[in-house]
Write a protein that binds this ligand. Structure first.
Ligand SMILES: Nc1ncnc2c1ncn2[C@@H]1O[C@H](COP(=O)(O)OP(=O)(O)OP(=O)(O)O)[C@@H](O)[C@H]1O
Ligand SMILES: Nc1ncnc2c1ncn2[C@@H]1O[C@H](COP(=O)(O)OP(=O)(O)OP(=O)(O)O)[C@@H](O)[C@H]1O
Ligand SMILES: [Mg+2]
Ligand SMILES: [Mg+2]
Lengths: 227, 227
Protein backbone atom coordinates (compact mmCIF):
# COMPACT_ATOMS: atom_id res chain seq x y z
CA UNK A 1 0.00 0.00 0.00
CA UNK A 2 1.46 3.31 -1.18
CA UNK A 3 -0.10 6.50 0.09
CA UNK A 4 0.67 10.07 -1.02
CA UNK A 5 -1.05 12.92 0.84
CA UNK A 6 -0.98 16.57 -0.19
CA UNK A 7 2.33 16.08 -1.98
CA UNK A 8 3.79 19.29 -3.38
CA UNK A 9 6.97 19.76 -5.37
CA UNK A 10 8.22 22.87 -7.10
CA UNK A 11 11.43 23.81 -8.87
CA UNK A 12 13.05 27.23 -8.86
CA UNK A 13 14.52 28.58 -12.09
CA UNK A 14 15.95 32.07 -11.72
CA UNK A 15 13.23 33.97 -9.84
CA UNK A 16 10.47 31.82 -11.26
CA UNK A 17 8.85 28.90 -9.45
CA UNK A 18 7.58 25.88 -11.40
CA UNK A 19 4.88 24.00 -9.49
CA UNK A 20 5.49 20.51 -10.86
CA UNK A 21 3.26 18.68 -8.33
CA UNK A 22 0.33 20.45 -6.65
CA UNK A 23 -1.44 18.74 -3.73
CA UNK A 24 -1.19 15.19 -4.99
CA UNK A 25 -3.39 12.68 -3.12
CA UNK A 26 -2.99 9.09 -4.24
CA UNK A 27 -3.54 5.66 -2.69
CA UNK A 28 -2.23 2.59 -4.45
CA UNK A 29 -3.10 -0.92 -3.23
CA UNK A 30 -0.61 -3.78 -3.46
CA UNK A 31 -0.59 -5.37 -6.88
CA UNK A 32 -2.52 -2.62 -8.68
CA UNK A 33 -1.93 -1.88 -12.38
CA UNK A 34 -2.05 1.89 -12.92
CA UNK A 35 -1.33 4.02 -15.97
CA UNK A 36 -0.55 7.73 -15.79
CA UNK A 37 -1.14 9.84 -18.87
CA UNK A 38 -1.22 13.55 -19.58
CA UNK A 39 0.33 16.34 -21.61
CA UNK A 40 4.06 16.84 -21.89
CA UNK A 41 5.22 18.77 -18.84
CA UNK A 42 2.23 17.89 -16.65
CA UNK A 43 4.34 16.30 -13.88
CA UNK A 44 4.26 12.58 -14.65
CA UNK A 45 8.00 11.94 -14.38
CA UNK A 46 8.21 14.14 -11.29
CA UNK A 47 5.42 12.12 -9.64
CA UNK A 48 7.08 8.83 -10.57
CA UNK A 49 10.46 10.05 -9.23
CA UNK A 50 8.70 10.95 -6.00
CA UNK A 51 7.14 7.50 -5.66
CA UNK A 52 10.49 5.93 -6.54
CA UNK A 53 12.25 7.85 -3.75
CA UNK A 54 14.49 9.60 -6.28
CA UNK A 55 13.18 12.96 -5.17
CA UNK A 56 11.68 14.36 -1.97
CA UNK A 57 8.46 16.40 -1.80
CA UNK A 58 8.54 19.98 -0.51
CA UNK A 59 5.53 19.16 1.66
CA UNK A 60 3.05 16.35 2.25
CA UNK A 61 3.56 12.76 3.36
CA UNK A 62 4.48 9.63 1.47
CA UNK A 63 3.95 6.27 3.13
CA UNK A 64 4.91 2.80 1.95
CA UNK A 65 2.94 0.43 4.14
CA UNK A 66 2.64 2.30 7.41
CA UNK A 67 6.15 3.75 7.19
CA UNK A 68 6.48 7.47 6.45
CA UNK A 69 9.33 7.32 3.96
CA UNK A 70 9.67 11.11 3.76
CA UNK A 71 11.17 10.93 7.25
CA UNK A 72 13.85 8.38 6.30
CA UNK A 73 17.49 9.32 5.92
CA UNK A 74 19.02 9.32 2.43
CA UNK A 75 20.73 6.06 3.29
CA UNK A 76 17.54 4.37 4.45
CA UNK A 77 15.71 5.64 1.36
CA UNK A 78 18.44 4.15 -0.82
CA UNK A 79 17.92 0.78 0.87
CA UNK A 80 14.19 0.86 0.23
CA UNK A 81 14.83 1.81 -3.41
CA UNK A 82 17.34 -0.99 -3.78
CA UNK A 83 15.17 -3.74 -2.34
CA UNK A 84 11.58 -2.78 -2.98
CA UNK A 85 11.42 -0.54 -6.07
CA UNK A 86 12.34 -1.09 -9.72
CA UNK A 87 12.56 2.01 -11.93
CA UNK A 88 12.51 2.22 -15.72
CA UNK A 89 13.67 5.74 -16.54
CA UNK A 90 12.34 7.81 -19.43
CA UNK A 91 15.95 8.18 -20.54
CA UNK A 92 17.29 4.89 -19.22
CA UNK A 93 20.34 6.09 -17.21
CA UNK A 94 22.47 3.08 -18.10
CA UNK A 95 26.07 2.88 -16.93
CA UNK A 96 28.05 3.74 -20.05
CA UNK A 97 31.21 1.80 -19.24
CA UNK A 98 29.29 -1.42 -18.50
CA UNK A 99 27.92 -3.93 -20.98
CA UNK A 100 24.21 -4.70 -21.32
CA UNK A 101 24.67 -7.80 -19.12
CA UNK A 102 26.59 -5.89 -16.48
CA UNK A 103 23.95 -3.16 -16.40
CA UNK A 104 21.24 -5.77 -15.87
CA UNK A 105 23.30 -7.49 -13.18
CA UNK A 106 23.98 -4.32 -11.19
CA UNK A 107 20.87 -4.31 -8.90
CA UNK A 108 21.61 -7.91 -7.90
CA UNK A 109 25.22 -7.08 -7.04
CA UNK A 110 23.99 -4.15 -4.94
CA UNK A 111 21.52 -6.46 -3.20
CA UNK A 112 24.30 -8.92 -2.31
CA UNK A 113 23.09 -11.80 -4.48
CA UNK A 114 25.43 -14.80 -5.12
CA UNK A 115 27.34 -14.76 -8.47
CA UNK A 116 25.87 -18.08 -9.66
CA UNK A 117 22.30 -16.98 -8.97
CA UNK A 118 22.94 -13.60 -10.60
CA UNK A 119 24.26 -15.16 -13.79
CA UNK A 120 21.17 -17.31 -14.23
CA UNK A 121 18.86 -14.35 -13.82
CA UNK A 122 20.86 -12.19 -16.25
CA UNK A 123 20.71 -14.88 -18.94
CA UNK A 124 16.97 -15.26 -18.41
CA UNK A 125 16.43 -11.50 -18.74
CA UNK A 126 18.68 -11.19 -21.78
CA UNK A 127 16.65 -13.93 -23.52
CA UNK A 128 13.28 -12.51 -22.50
CA UNK A 129 14.09 -9.08 -23.94
CA UNK A 130 15.67 -10.26 -27.19
CA UNK A 131 19.15 -9.04 -26.25
CA UNK A 132 21.03 -12.34 -26.54
CA UNK A 133 23.33 -11.17 -29.34
CA UNK A 134 23.84 -7.73 -27.78
CA UNK A 135 24.62 -8.79 -24.22
CA UNK A 136 28.27 -7.73 -24.33
CA UNK A 137 27.62 -4.43 -26.10
CA UNK A 138 27.92 -1.21 -24.14
CA UNK A 139 25.10 1.35 -24.35
CA UNK A 140 26.80 3.38 -27.08
CA UNK A 141 26.95 0.21 -29.16
CA UNK A 142 23.21 -0.36 -28.90
CA UNK A 143 20.23 1.06 -30.74
CA UNK A 144 17.76 3.27 -28.87
CA UNK A 145 15.26 0.50 -28.40
CA UNK A 146 17.95 -1.97 -27.31
CA UNK A 147 19.03 0.47 -24.59
CA UNK A 148 15.43 0.79 -23.51
CA UNK A 149 15.12 -2.97 -23.18
CA UNK A 150 18.32 -3.12 -21.08
CA UNK A 151 16.80 -0.49 -18.77
CA UNK A 152 13.63 -2.56 -18.46
CA UNK A 153 15.53 -5.81 -17.84
CA UNK A 154 17.58 -4.10 -15.13
CA UNK A 155 14.46 -2.79 -13.37
CA UNK A 156 12.60 -6.10 -13.46
CA UNK A 157 15.35 -8.67 -12.91
CA UNK A 158 14.88 -8.69 -9.13
CA UNK A 159 11.09 -8.73 -9.26
CA UNK A 160 10.69 -5.69 -6.99
CA UNK A 161 7.46 -5.10 -5.03
CA UNK A 162 6.81 -1.87 -6.89
CA UNK A 163 7.68 -1.38 -10.55
CA UNK A 164 7.70 2.17 -11.92
CA UNK A 165 7.92 2.56 -15.70
CA UNK A 166 8.36 5.95 -17.38
CA UNK A 167 7.48 5.66 -21.09
CA UNK A 168 8.77 2.03 -21.34
CA UNK A 169 7.91 1.62 -25.04
CA UNK A 170 8.76 5.08 -26.38
CA UNK A 171 11.65 3.80 -28.53
CA UNK A 172 10.28 0.40 -29.44
CA UNK A 173 8.49 -0.92 -32.52
CA UNK A 174 5.05 -2.34 -31.81
CA UNK A 175 6.25 -5.95 -31.59
CA UNK A 176 9.09 -5.28 -29.12
CA UNK A 177 6.74 -2.93 -27.27
CA UNK A 178 4.12 -5.65 -26.85
CA UNK A 179 6.80 -8.13 -25.71
CA UNK A 180 7.72 -5.62 -22.98
CA UNK A 181 4.12 -4.96 -21.96
CA UNK A 182 3.46 -8.70 -21.77
CA UNK A 183 6.43 -9.13 -19.41
CA UNK A 184 5.36 -6.17 -17.24
CA UNK A 185 1.76 -7.43 -17.08
CA UNK A 186 2.95 -10.93 -16.21
CA UNK A 187 4.97 -9.50 -13.32
CA UNK A 188 1.85 -7.60 -12.25
CA UNK A 189 -0.05 -10.88 -12.45
CA UNK A 190 2.51 -12.28 -10.00
CA UNK A 191 1.57 -9.54 -7.52
CA UNK A 192 3.95 -6.72 -8.39
CA UNK A 193 2.46 -3.22 -8.19
CA UNK A 194 2.86 -1.68 -11.66
CA UNK A 195 2.67 2.08 -12.25
CA UNK A 196 3.33 3.07 -15.85
CA UNK A 197 3.60 6.53 -17.38
CA UNK A 198 2.83 6.41 -21.08
CA UNK A 199 1.85 8.66 -23.97
CA UNK A 200 0.43 5.66 -25.83
CA UNK A 201 -3.33 5.61 -25.27
CA UNK A 202 -3.64 2.02 -26.44
CA UNK A 203 -1.25 1.04 -23.65
CA UNK A 204 -2.69 3.34 -21.01
CA UNK A 205 -6.14 1.83 -21.59
CA UNK A 206 -4.88 -1.65 -20.65
CA UNK A 207 -4.35 -0.63 -17.03
CA UNK A 208 -7.11 -1.48 -14.56
CA UNK A 209 -6.86 2.04 -13.14
CA UNK A 210 -6.08 5.12 -15.24
CA UNK A 211 -4.83 8.48 -14.01
CA UNK A 212 -4.62 11.66 -16.04
CA UNK A 213 -2.33 14.48 -14.93
CA UNK A 214 -2.71 18.08 -16.02
CA UNK A 215 -0.49 20.90 -14.84
CA UNK A 216 0.78 19.20 -11.70
CA UNK A 217 -2.54 17.71 -10.56
CA UNK A 218 -4.32 14.40 -10.93
CA UNK A 219 -7.36 15.48 -12.93
CA UNK A 220 -8.88 12.03 -13.47
CA UNK A 221 -8.62 8.77 -11.57
CA UNK A 222 -10.85 6.11 -13.08
CA UNK A 223 -11.35 2.38 -12.94
CA UNK A 224 -13.01 1.54 -16.27
CA UNK A 225 -15.84 -0.88 -15.66
CA UNK A 226 -15.27 -2.86 -18.85
CA UNK A 227 -11.62 -3.95 -18.66
CA UNK B 1 18.32 14.76 -54.97
CA UNK B 2 19.97 12.38 -52.50
CA UNK B 3 21.40 9.14 -53.83
CA UNK B 4 22.81 6.23 -51.81
CA UNK B 5 24.37 3.34 -53.74
CA UNK B 6 25.47 0.04 -52.21
CA UNK B 7 26.00 1.68 -48.85
CA UNK B 8 27.47 -0.67 -46.22
CA UNK B 9 28.26 0.05 -42.60
CA UNK B 10 29.30 -2.35 -39.90
CA UNK B 11 30.49 -1.99 -36.32
CA UNK B 12 33.07 -4.15 -34.59
CA UNK B 13 32.45 -5.26 -31.01
CA UNK B 14 35.18 -7.51 -29.65
CA UNK B 15 35.73 -10.04 -32.44
CA UNK B 16 32.16 -9.79 -33.62
CA UNK B 17 31.00 -7.72 -36.58
CA UNK B 18 27.55 -6.09 -36.60
CA UNK B 19 26.32 -5.39 -40.14
CA UNK B 20 24.13 -2.38 -39.42
CA UNK B 21 23.61 -1.37 -43.10
CA UNK B 22 23.83 -3.97 -45.88
CA UNK B 23 23.89 -2.76 -49.50
CA UNK B 24 21.54 0.17 -49.13
CA UNK B 25 20.28 1.65 -52.42
CA UNK B 26 18.09 4.71 -52.05
CA UNK B 27 17.17 7.70 -54.21
CA UNK B 28 15.32 10.63 -52.70
CA UNK B 29 13.95 13.46 -54.82
CA UNK B 30 13.90 17.05 -53.57
CA UNK B 31 10.91 17.75 -51.40
CA UNK B 32 9.89 14.13 -50.82
CA UNK B 33 8.16 13.04 -47.58
CA UNK B 34 9.54 9.65 -46.53
CA UNK B 35 8.96 7.56 -43.41
CA UNK B 36 11.29 4.77 -42.30
CA UNK B 37 9.91 2.08 -40.03
CA UNK B 38 11.18 -1.29 -38.85
CA UNK B 39 12.08 -3.33 -35.79
CA UNK B 40 14.31 -2.04 -33.02
CA UNK B 41 17.92 -2.57 -34.13
CA UNK B 42 17.17 -2.79 -37.85
CA UNK B 43 19.48 0.10 -38.79
CA UNK B 44 17.15 3.11 -39.02
CA UNK B 45 19.23 5.49 -36.88
CA UNK B 46 22.43 4.31 -38.57
CA UNK B 47 20.91 5.04 -41.99
CA UNK B 48 19.73 8.47 -40.88
CA UNK B 49 23.15 9.29 -39.41
CA UNK B 50 24.69 8.30 -42.74
CA UNK B 51 22.34 10.60 -44.69
CA UNK B 52 22.98 13.37 -42.15
CA UNK B 53 26.77 13.08 -42.65
CA UNK B 54 27.25 12.16 -39.01
CA UNK B 55 28.80 8.86 -40.02
CA UNK B 56 30.67 7.56 -43.05
CA UNK B 57 29.88 4.33 -44.89
CA UNK B 58 32.48 1.56 -45.08
CA UNK B 59 31.73 1.25 -48.79
CA UNK B 60 29.33 2.61 -51.40
CA UNK B 61 28.66 6.14 -52.58
CA UNK B 62 26.47 8.91 -51.20
CA UNK B 63 25.66 11.87 -53.43
CA UNK B 64 23.81 15.06 -52.62
CA UNK B 65 22.95 16.60 -55.98
CA UNK B 66 25.83 15.52 -58.18
CA UNK B 67 28.43 15.87 -55.43
CA UNK B 68 29.89 12.69 -53.95
CA UNK B 69 29.86 13.68 -50.30
CA UNK B 70 31.71 10.54 -49.17
CA UNK B 71 34.80 12.10 -50.77
CA UNK B 72 34.54 15.37 -48.83
CA UNK B 73 36.87 16.23 -45.99
CA UNK B 74 35.49 16.26 -42.44
CA UNK B 75 35.50 20.03 -42.58
CA UNK B 76 33.59 20.20 -45.85
CA UNK B 77 31.08 17.64 -44.55
CA UNK B 78 30.56 19.79 -41.47
CA UNK B 79 29.78 22.77 -43.69
CA UNK B 80 27.18 20.81 -45.66
CA UNK B 81 25.64 19.58 -42.39
CA UNK B 82 25.54 23.10 -41.03
CA UNK B 83 23.90 24.73 -44.05
CA UNK B 84 21.84 22.06 -45.74
CA UNK B 85 20.78 19.47 -43.16
CA UNK B 86 18.67 19.65 -40.00
CA UNK B 87 18.80 16.66 -37.64
CA UNK B 88 16.39 15.72 -34.86
CA UNK B 89 18.21 13.08 -32.82
CA UNK B 90 16.49 10.10 -31.18
CA UNK B 91 18.05 11.29 -27.91
CA UNK B 92 18.16 15.03 -28.65
CA UNK B 93 21.83 15.81 -27.88
CA UNK B 94 21.08 19.24 -26.44
CA UNK B 95 23.86 21.36 -24.96
CA UNK B 96 23.39 20.93 -21.22
CA UNK B 97 24.87 24.25 -20.10
CA UNK B 98 22.69 26.26 -22.54
CA UNK B 99 19.07 27.27 -22.12
CA UNK B 100 16.31 26.12 -24.46
CA UNK B 101 16.54 29.43 -26.37
CA UNK B 102 20.31 29.21 -26.66
CA UNK B 103 20.10 25.64 -27.91
CA UNK B 104 17.63 26.69 -30.59
CA UNK B 105 19.78 29.68 -31.54
CA UNK B 106 22.98 27.67 -31.93
CA UNK B 107 22.67 26.66 -35.62
CA UNK B 108 22.05 30.28 -36.58
CA UNK B 109 25.13 31.45 -34.68
CA UNK B 110 27.17 28.75 -36.45
CA UNK B 111 25.77 29.92 -39.79
CA UNK B 112 26.80 33.52 -39.07
CA UNK B 113 23.31 35.01 -38.87
CA UNK B 114 22.84 38.55 -37.41
CA UNK B 115 21.78 38.76 -33.72
CA UNK B 116 18.56 40.67 -34.46
CA UNK B 117 17.45 38.19 -37.11
CA UNK B 118 18.34 35.26 -34.84
CA UNK B 119 16.29 36.58 -31.95
CA UNK B 120 13.17 36.89 -34.08
CA UNK B 121 13.50 33.33 -35.30
CA UNK B 122 14.10 31.95 -31.81
CA UNK B 123 10.98 33.67 -30.48
CA UNK B 124 8.95 32.30 -33.39
CA UNK B 125 10.20 28.76 -32.78
CA UNK B 126 9.67 28.97 -29.00
CA UNK B 127 6.06 30.02 -29.62
CA UNK B 128 5.41 27.40 -32.29
CA UNK B 129 6.56 24.57 -30.04
CA UNK B 130 4.81 25.67 -26.87
CA UNK B 131 8.05 26.47 -25.03
CA UNK B 132 7.39 30.13 -24.24
CA UNK B 133 7.45 29.68 -20.47
CA UNK B 134 10.41 27.26 -20.59
CA UNK B 135 12.70 29.25 -22.89
CA UNK B 136 15.27 30.03 -20.19
CA UNK B 137 15.29 26.56 -18.68
CA UNK B 138 18.28 24.33 -19.28
CA UNK B 139 17.69 20.75 -20.49
CA UNK B 140 17.88 19.27 -16.96
CA UNK B 141 15.10 21.67 -15.98
CA UNK B 142 12.81 20.43 -18.73
CA UNK B 143 10.52 17.42 -19.08
CA UNK B 144 11.35 14.72 -21.64
CA UNK B 145 8.86 16.03 -24.15
CA UNK B 146 9.99 19.63 -23.66
CA UNK B 147 13.57 18.58 -24.47
CA UNK B 148 12.32 16.81 -27.56
CA UNK B 149 10.57 19.96 -28.72
CA UNK B 150 13.75 22.01 -28.19
CA UNK B 151 15.62 19.49 -30.35
CA UNK B 152 12.98 19.82 -33.07
CA UNK B 153 12.97 23.61 -32.90
CA UNK B 154 16.77 23.66 -33.21
CA UNK B 155 16.71 21.41 -36.27
CA UNK B 156 13.97 23.34 -38.08
CA UNK B 157 14.73 26.97 -37.20
CA UNK B 158 16.94 27.50 -40.27
CA UNK B 159 14.61 25.72 -42.65
CA UNK B 160 17.29 23.35 -43.97
CA UNK B 161 16.97 21.71 -47.41
CA UNK B 162 16.90 18.26 -45.85
CA UNK B 163 15.24 17.52 -42.51
CA UNK B 164 16.04 14.22 -40.80
CA UNK B 165 13.87 13.24 -37.83
CA UNK B 166 14.64 10.21 -35.64
CA UNK B 167 11.53 9.33 -33.57
CA UNK B 168 10.42 12.98 -33.26
CA UNK B 169 7.30 12.22 -31.21
CA UNK B 170 8.56 9.40 -28.99
CA UNK B 171 8.23 11.44 -25.78
CA UNK B 172 5.21 13.53 -26.69
CA UNK B 173 1.52 13.21 -25.87
CA UNK B 174 -0.72 12.95 -28.93
CA UNK B 175 -1.57 16.66 -29.00
CA UNK B 176 2.03 17.90 -28.80
CA UNK B 177 2.98 15.14 -31.24
CA UNK B 178 0.44 16.32 -33.81
CA UNK B 179 1.58 19.94 -33.37
CA UNK B 180 5.10 18.75 -34.25
CA UNK B 181 3.97 16.68 -37.23
CA UNK B 182 1.94 19.62 -38.55
CA UNK B 183 5.03 21.84 -38.39
CA UNK B 184 7.22 19.23 -40.09
CA UNK B 185 4.62 18.64 -42.82
CA UNK B 186 4.22 22.37 -43.37
CA UNK B 187 7.98 22.67 -43.87
CA UNK B 188 7.77 19.76 -46.33
CA UNK B 189 4.95 21.64 -48.07
CA UNK B 190 7.41 24.55 -48.45
CA UNK B 191 9.77 22.23 -50.33
CA UNK B 192 11.94 20.77 -47.58
CA UNK B 193 12.85 17.09 -48.02
CA UNK B 194 11.55 15.27 -44.92
CA UNK B 195 12.83 11.85 -43.88
CA UNK B 196 11.30 10.60 -40.62
CA UNK B 197 12.11 7.45 -38.64
CA UNK B 198 9.17 6.47 -36.48
CA UNK B 199 7.76 3.52 -34.58
CA UNK B 200 4.30 5.05 -34.75
CA UNK B 201 2.43 3.42 -37.63
CA UNK B 202 -0.23 6.12 -37.69
CA UNK B 203 2.56 8.65 -38.35
CA UNK B 204 4.53 6.50 -40.77
CA UNK B 205 1.39 6.06 -42.90
CA UNK B 206 1.11 9.82 -43.44
CA UNK B 207 4.28 9.91 -45.54
CA UNK B 208 3.87 9.80 -49.30
CA UNK B 209 6.62 7.19 -49.49
CA UNK B 210 7.16 4.50 -46.84
CA UNK B 211 10.30 2.44 -46.28
CA UNK B 212 10.60 -0.59 -44.02
CA UNK B 213 14.01 -1.70 -42.77
CA UNK B 214 14.78 -5.18 -41.52
CA UNK B 215 18.20 -6.32 -40.35
CA UNK B 216 20.19 -3.66 -42.17
CA UNK B 217 18.29 -3.72 -45.45
CA UNK B 218 15.43 -1.80 -47.01
CA UNK B 219 12.83 -4.55 -47.33
CA UNK B 220 9.96 -2.43 -48.60
CA UNK B 221 9.82 0.88 -50.47
CA UNK B 222 6.26 1.81 -51.34
CA UNK B 223 4.29 4.81 -52.52
CA UNK B 224 0.72 4.07 -51.35
CA UNK B 225 -1.69 4.97 -54.15
CA UNK B 226 -4.35 6.31 -51.79
CA UNK B 227 -2.56 8.87 -49.64
N1 LIG C 1 28.43 2.04 -32.27
C1 LIG C 1 27.94 0.80 -32.44
N2 LIG C 1 28.70 -0.29 -32.16
C2 LIG C 1 28.20 -1.53 -32.32
N3 LIG C 1 26.98 -1.83 -32.76
C3 LIG C 1 26.16 -0.78 -33.04
C4 LIG C 1 26.59 0.57 -32.88
N4 LIG C 1 25.56 1.38 -33.23
C5 LIG C 1 24.54 0.58 -33.58
N5 LIG C 1 24.90 -0.73 -33.46
C6 LIG C 1 24.07 -1.88 -33.79
O1 LIG C 1 23.63 -1.70 -35.14
C7 LIG C 1 22.24 -2.08 -35.24
C8 LIG C 1 21.44 -0.93 -35.80
O2 LIG C 1 21.40 0.11 -34.86
P1 LIG C 1 20.41 1.36 -35.06
O3 LIG C 1 20.66 2.29 -33.92
O4 LIG C 1 20.58 1.91 -36.43
O5 LIG C 1 18.97 0.68 -34.96
P2 LIG C 1 17.52 1.33 -35.02
O6 LIG C 1 16.80 0.73 -36.18
O7 LIG C 1 17.61 2.82 -34.96
O8 LIG C 1 16.84 0.79 -33.68
P3 LIG C 1 15.79 1.46 -32.63
O9 LIG C 1 14.46 1.39 -33.30
O10 LIG C 1 15.91 0.58 -31.46
O11 LIG C 1 16.23 2.87 -32.36
C9 LIG C 1 21.78 -2.49 -33.85
O12 LIG C 1 21.66 -3.89 -33.79
C10 LIG C 1 22.85 -1.98 -32.91
O13 LIG C 1 23.10 -2.89 -31.83
N1 LIG D 1 14.79 20.19 -12.38
C1 LIG D 1 13.80 20.99 -12.83
N2 LIG D 1 13.91 22.32 -12.74
C2 LIG D 1 12.92 23.12 -13.19
N3 LIG D 1 11.78 22.71 -13.74
C3 LIG D 1 11.62 21.38 -13.86
C4 LIG D 1 12.61 20.45 -13.43
N4 LIG D 1 12.17 19.19 -13.70
C5 LIG D 1 10.96 19.33 -14.28
N5 LIG D 1 10.63 20.64 -14.37
C6 LIG D 1 9.38 21.18 -14.90
O1 LIG D 1 8.32 20.55 -14.19
C7 LIG D 1 7.25 20.20 -15.08
C8 LIG D 1 6.96 18.71 -14.97
O2 LIG D 1 8.04 17.99 -15.48
P1 LIG D 1 7.92 16.41 -15.74
O3 LIG D 1 9.26 15.96 -16.22
O4 LIG D 1 7.38 15.75 -14.52
O5 LIG D 1 6.83 16.34 -16.89
P2 LIG D 1 6.25 15.07 -17.68
O6 LIG D 1 4.79 15.02 -17.43
O7 LIG D 1 7.04 13.85 -17.36
O8 LIG D 1 6.47 15.48 -19.19
P3 LIG D 1 6.87 14.61 -20.50
O9 LIG D 1 5.60 13.92 -20.92
O10 LIG D 1 7.29 15.68 -21.47
O11 LIG D 1 7.97 13.67 -20.14
C9 LIG D 1 7.69 20.61 -16.49
O12 LIG D 1 7.00 21.77 -16.87
C10 LIG D 1 9.19 20.88 -16.37
O13 LIG D 1 9.60 21.98 -17.16
MG1 LIG E 1 8.39 12.69 -18.46
MG1 LIG F 1 17.14 4.25 -33.51
Amino acid sequence: MISLEKICRSFTVGDEKVHALRDIDLRVSDGEYISIMGPSGSGKSTLLNMIGLLDRPDSGTYRIGDEDVTLLSDRRQAEVRCHRIGFIFQFFHLVSRMTASENIELPMILAGMEPKQRRGKVEEAVEAFGLADRASHRPDQLSGGQRQRVAIARATVMQPEILLADEPTGNLDSTSGMDVINILERLNGDGITLIMVTHDHSLGRRATRQLTMVDGRIERDTVPSLS
